[in-house]
Design a protein around this ligand. Structure first.
Ligand code: HT7
Ligand code: ZN
Length: 870
């Protein structure tokens, strides 16, 4: 694929004011008539022809200003339509013919379980009609949809419904939708199908009534209630937190079962992977409920950050995605426990984004070059993009941040904007120069911050020596220092924070600004030796390396007033032990960790959800990332297993007491407090089951059987899955029989088995692929089974014989012809291969070369294979 570069951006030569679509749905022969009011862009290249994008299109006819175009007046191929009109304004009418049933890429117009639906971001609209398919061409759309009335009684489009009705004598009907808000083509959507509507209602702060609809497969209506509730809460929250109101009379969400990602924010018509809509206590876990809440909110929040203000080009993807992730994280923090949400977000950031940033697929939050844009919907754009917004807020404070956001909404409503536009609003609203801060968008890699503290008792001062460095990443061999907001506290022996006053008398409001490669900060008036609590709340997205002693960490785990750092302190203790354990083959002395863990477990004032996070050991991928080079996944697994045993043994009584205390009788409720109790209870059961004795396994099995909700049932199944035993077999069989007819629940069962860290797992996965519940055509199934093995089972994916790699390569090559986006995402599991010990690394490299050398690869897979090989 040819590279596309940010530096080559040019405004479009032609603009489109209005788009009138007439789409007649048919399973294999859908007709699309598009009428585009084209106008030469005064900012484009003078005299440039009209060049419209297409992707595999079949052109039926073409007319200019109502007259059929003659042969020489245009040049058409499936992938491009070029015209050289004499006028600077004209109406183009194009008819194309599509086969939605044959569309297995799930991009453009396709069918899922008989329902017609579209996915146009980033470049799917060109698979529907010829168009300047770029995000800076904004038009007003009117869409007439026609379909067989029985096959598709529901016809949905963007905007408001203008009219609908039967087409006499044909068995067909139509609906006309009009979206008054100019939008780029990637936000276009339509849905046609036999779907059930779950209705809802919302009145905006200024009194606009909005009809809400969640459309699901017939019979699933009772599983859409939580999503509806989350939607209404999101709408209200955006009004109070950001002053943003909804702007149409209708807001619809459709849940479909074949979908490449989580959901899509099409204007007024969000399309969702059904996994992020459907929930009932019997079928969804607490984690599912939290994800539904977050993703419903995320897509809704795009209405302003993404839709009303969109991106000038795809390099600016983080402008909508990073900002919208930040907004959904804040929403969830307000709805649930803020510290627990922060801990979960940082865990995800480290597990996904830090890993990406440390490997061959590293790229800046705003990339400067891509070959396949689909491969840039990454943890870096989303999660690090959100962290950059969070750091901006840390620098500017609550009021400054809000003033900048207000200016951004006021100034850029209706624009296709850039990161520069965004930052300029904050600079202007607060008077701050953000030129240095902007480097966060351009420089890839996770900065490392080395911080050493020294106390001078005689002078009553405490000094922090800070050194920042960022390791080289692909295309960026050298790095510049960043502007890093480092939130901190100096914790006195009584657990209280000491006042922060710099040597020149300047008070520090909890956040230091680190700007240089080396910097020292001296605090005065420090009467006793404090313990530095650094990067509180994970204020900066950095790898922090401190000189804190084991005693300091134990102290912070018990006393820090910043809950994130209490969590982080105990995790840091665990990471130190696990790194040494993996390197040395035996666990080093670990009494301090056991002590810290006991104190947390026994602290009656702590939120159970917090305890569950703090007492869960870092995952194997996380430990591997901390080790960084020459990783042996078996050694990591052994070290973690040993530490689990040690904790289980030392804290048996505590876990038993907690297990009993966290029992929550009464009907299931998905709120955060109840979820926290369940999480801590299952964690306790997990530790109690570590010995694997018949009694322990029977207790877990009994709990599995007695469960009256999916969180407990699946939680206990996951506990049992770690022990090769008759109890595991019984529970797995039982689960399958109970939920065989429920694909979303079966996904959990598939994932769990794919993550069993045992030698037989690869064969098990192969066998599961043969079951009728599995299908290579459904992305959720493939991700649940193959994706879980590749990303959630380090020992079995990285088998020393390379069989895990060969398996993934076979799946990727098989899938590529069908669904390249899904194939390339699976292949991204190789992003960590360079951190492995030499033998495994050589096998992984060989596997990647096999992919790179395969004939007829998609752009998506070729791009990942070549970049991963670097
Ligand atoms: N903006 C969307 C990103 C997206 C996508 C969604 C579904 C299928 C394919 C897709 N490609 C890109 C989702 C979001 O981040 O909100
Ligand atoms: Zn998004």
């Amino acid at each position: 694929p040819q590279p596309v570069r940010l530096a080559d951006y040019r405004p479009p030569d032609w603009l489109v004011d209005t788009v009138d679509l007439d789409i007649s749905l048919h399973p294999s022969a859908t007709r699309v008539v598009a009428r585009l009011a084209l106008r030469r862009n005064p900012e484009g290249e003078a005299g440039a022809p009209v060049v419209l994008d297409g992707d595999g299109l079949v052109l039926v006819r073409l007319a200019l200003d109502g007259k059929p175009a003659a042969g020489g007046a245009f040049d058409a191929s499936p992938d491009r339509l070029t015209l050289t009109p004499s006028a600077d304004r004209f109406l183009l009418e194009v008819e194309t013919l599509l086969d939605p049933t044959a569309n297995t890429q799930l991009m453009g117009l396709y069918r899922t379980g008989g329902t017609y639906c579209t996915q146009c971001e980033p470049e799917g609209f060109r698979r529907i009609t010829y168009f300047p398919d770029r995000s800076d061409v904004l038009a007003v759309y009117t869409t007439r949809i026609e379909a067989d009335r029985d096959a598709a009684p529901v016809l949905l489009g963007n905007g408001n419904l203008l009219r609908n009705g039967p087409i006499a004598g044909t068995g067909r009907h139509y609906a006309v939708w009009h979206d008054p808000w100019p939008k780029p083509s990637y936000l276009f959507a339509l849905v046609g199908g036999r779907l059930a509507k779950v209705p809802g209602h919302f009145v905006t702060a200024s009194g606009r009534p909005v009809d809400l609809g969640i459309y699901v497969e017939e019979g699933k209506q009772d599983r859409a209630g939580y999503a509806m509730d989350a939607l209404r809460r999101s709408m209200r929250w955006d009004e109070t937190a950001f002053g943003r109101e909804y702007d149409l009379d209708v807001f619809n969400i459709v849940a479909v079962s074949d979908f490449n990602m989580g959901a899509m924010e099409n204007k007024g018509l969000n399309v969702f992977n059904d996994k992020y809509v459907l929930a009932s206590p019997e079928t969804a876990t607490d984690a599912d409920y939290a994800n539904i809440e977050a993703i419903i909110a995320h897509e809704y929040f795009h209405n302003w950050t993404g839709n009303r203000i969109t991106c000038r080009d795809w390099f600016q993807l983080c402008l909508k995605e990073g900002l919208t992730v930040f907004r959904d994280q804040e929403f969830s923090a307000d709805q649930r426990s803020r510290p627990v949400k922060r801990i979960a977000d940082v865990r995800l950031l480290k597990a996904q984004q830090f890993v990406e940033d440390a490997g061959p697929l590293a790229h800046p939050v705003r990339p400067e070059m891509y070959r396949e844009i689909n491969n840039f919907y990454t943890a870096t754009v989303y999660e690090k993009g959100a962290e950059v917004v969070r750091m901006l807020k840390a620098l500017l404070g609550e009021a400054g941040f809000r003033a900048g956001m207000d200016l951004y909404f006021a100034r850029h409503d209706g624009d296709a904007a850039t990161i520069e536009d965004f930052l300029a609003c904050f600079a202007e609203a607060t008077g701050r120069d953000l030129a240095h801060f902007a480097l966060w968008y351009a420089q890839s890699g996770t900065p490392r911050l080395d911080v050493a503290g020294s106390y001078d008792e005689a002078a009553g001062t405490y000094r922090l020596d800070v050194v920042q460095s960022t390791p080289p990443t692909p295309g960026q061999p050298t790095k510049a220092p960043l502007l890093i907001p480092l939130a901190l506290g100096l914790v006195g022996p009584n657990g209280h924070d000491l006042p922060l006053v710099l040597a020149d008398g300047t008070p520090v409001e909890g956040v230091l600004e680190v700007t240089q490669e080396k910097q020292s900060f001296v605090f005065t008036g420090v009467g006793t030796r404090p313990v530095a609590s650094l990067n509180r709340g994970f204020s900066a997205s950095v790898n922090l390396v401190t000189d804190l002693s084991t005693d300091d960490l134990v102290f912070l785990a018990a006393h820090d007033r910043d809950p994130f750092n209490r969590f982080d302190a105990i995790q840091a203790l665990a990471v130190q032990l696990l790194k040494r354990g993996a390197a040395e083959g035996t666990l080093p002395p670990h009494a301090a960790l056991l002590d810290a863990a006991r104190r947390l477990l026994e602290d009656g004032a702590l939120d159970p959800a917090f305890k569950a996070q703090a007492l869960a050991l870092p995952g194997e991928n996380e430990i591997a990332r901390e080790i960084g080079t020459q990783v042996d996944p078996d050694a990591v697994h052994a070290a973690r297993r040993a530490l689990r045993r040690a904790l289980a043994q030392a804290l048996t009584d505590g876990f038993a007491a907690t297990y009993a205390a966290m029992d929550t009788p009464g009907p299931y409720r998905p709120d955060a407090a109840s979820a926290g109790r369940r999480a801590l209870r299952t964690l306790s059961l997990d530790y109690l089951t570590v010995p694997g004795t018949p009694d322990a396994l029977q207790r877990a099995l009994a709990r599995y059987r007695a469960a009256d909700n999916m969180t407990d049932r699946f939680g206990t199944l996951a506990v049992l899955a770690q022990h090769d035993s008759p109890e595991r077999r019984e529970a797995l069989d039982d689960f399958y029989v109970r939920f065989e007819k429920d694909p979303l629940v079966i996904d959990k069962w598939l994932s769990l088995q794919a993550q069993i860290p045992e030698a037989g797992t690869l064969d098990r996965v192969r066998a599961l692929m043969l079951l009728p519940v599995f299908s290579m055509s459904n992305p959720n199934r493939v991700r649940a089974l193959v994706g879980a093995l590749a990303t959630g089972n380090p020992t079995q994916f990285n088998r020393p014989d390379g069989a895990g790699y060969d398996f993934l390569v076979d799946v990727v090559l098989t899938l590529d012809a069908k669904n390249p986006q899904l194939a390339s995402r699976l292949l991204s599991a190789f992003k960590t291969w360079r951190q492995l010990e030499p033998k495994r690394a050589a096998l992984a490299e060989r596997a990647l070369r096999k992919v790179a050398d395969a004939p007829g690869l998609s752009d998506d897979v070729a791009d990942i294979a070549l970049r991963a090989l670097g």
